[in-house]
Design a protein around this ligand. Structure first.
Ligand SMILES: Nc1ncnc2c1ncn2[C@@H]1O[C@H](COP(=O)(O)OP(=O)(O)OP(=O)(O)O)[C@@H](O)[C@H]1O
Length: 274
């Protein structure tokens, strides 16, 4: 990779084609000898260039879906297709190669960064593990990442505790885009941040998506944010998909009582600026 992250890579995906799909996704956890169906026969599809939101109350299975599609945990049943390849059938080196194109950003940037390591080392990690970038090229790669997330280059000498929550989340996002992924799974990326910083990160994520031709799977229980940035939305309850459709249709004409209650439970649904 000669010019890391400075320009979008040539994408094999055509805008509008499904980049990620899951069918019959099921996860049964066994805890204390009891089975619990956290995700129950979930199917979804995200088109290249789109933002698919997953909403639902706490415990509805959103994060479990995120971890399943990334294959961070094994599904009990179901199939996950990514860029035409069956992710559920891959293992070892093949899985590692496919995973390079899909990355996840977690809710809590405070725990995602190792307090003993500098930002330099956090940002160098993906390059060192999955690319041949070394020496001056590696430095350029790290600087380019800081540039992409609008942080000063000097930040690479800092430790995580010297950064604000929003800055830490920018570093996590920078790390996630280091290897030019095509899909970002964003699991409540702003909920651990101050309200004032949340809007900044959302705006930043929207700009980043355009700039790097990214596709997002965006998990949130903040309906205002979902309405603002998602093209399509899935509503989950007790591990199942209750409703899915364009964001506009789901919010304007919810088909399901649960969705209606979810929307109604937000006192006012302000349209975010921008
Ligand atoms: N490793 C596990 N073992 C047992 N149960 C689990 C495990 N992980 C998650 N669960 C359970 O699965 C259900 C779904 O959890 P999940 O984290 O996916 O929900 P969520 O919708 O993301 O919630 P939140 O919005 O609070 O993050 C919960 O009841 C949770 O307790």
């Amino acid at each position: 990779m000669s010019s890391p992250v400075t320009t979008p890579s040539t994408k094999p995906n055509t805008i509008g084609d499904p980049i990620l799909s899951a069918t019959g996704l099921t996860k049964v956890f066994v805890s204390g000898g009891k089975e619990f169906r956290a995700v129950d026969d979930v199917s979804l599809s995200v088109n290249a260039g789109d933002v698919l939101g997953i909403v639902g109350e706490s415990g509805s299975g959103k994060s479990t879906v995120a971890r399943l599609v990334m294959r961070l945990i094994e599904p009990t049943a179901g199939r996950i297709m990514f860029e035409g390849g069956d992710l559920t059938a891959k293992s070892g080196e093949e899985l590692r190669r496919m995973r390079r194109h899909m990355q996840i950003v977690f809710q809590n940037p405070h725990s995602a960064l190792d307090p003993r390591h500098t930002i330099h080392s956090a940002l160098a990690e993906p390059f060192l593990i999955q690319s041949k970038l070394r020496g001056i090229e590696l430095e350029r790669g790290i600087d380019a990442l800081l540039d992409i997330v609008s942080l000063p280059k000097a930040f690479k000498y800092r430790y995580p505790h010297e950064l604000s929550g929003g800055q830490k989340q920018r570093i996590c996002i920078a790390r996630a885009v280091a290897l030019e992924p095509r899909l970002l799974v964003l699991d409540e990326p702003t909920s651990a941040l101050d309200v004032s910083v949340q809007a900044q990160i959302i705006t930043f994520l929207q700009e980043l998506r355009q700039r790097l031709n990214l596709t997002y799977l965006f998990i949130s229980h903040n309906l205002a944010v979902v309405r603002h940035i998602c093209d399509h939305v899935i509503v989950m309850n007790q591990g199942k998909v209750l409703e899915h459709g364009t964001t506009e249709a789901v919010f304007a004409h919810p088909q399901n009582d649960y969705t209606r209650q979810l929307i109604d439970s937000v006192p006012r649904l302000p349209r975010l600026a921008g």
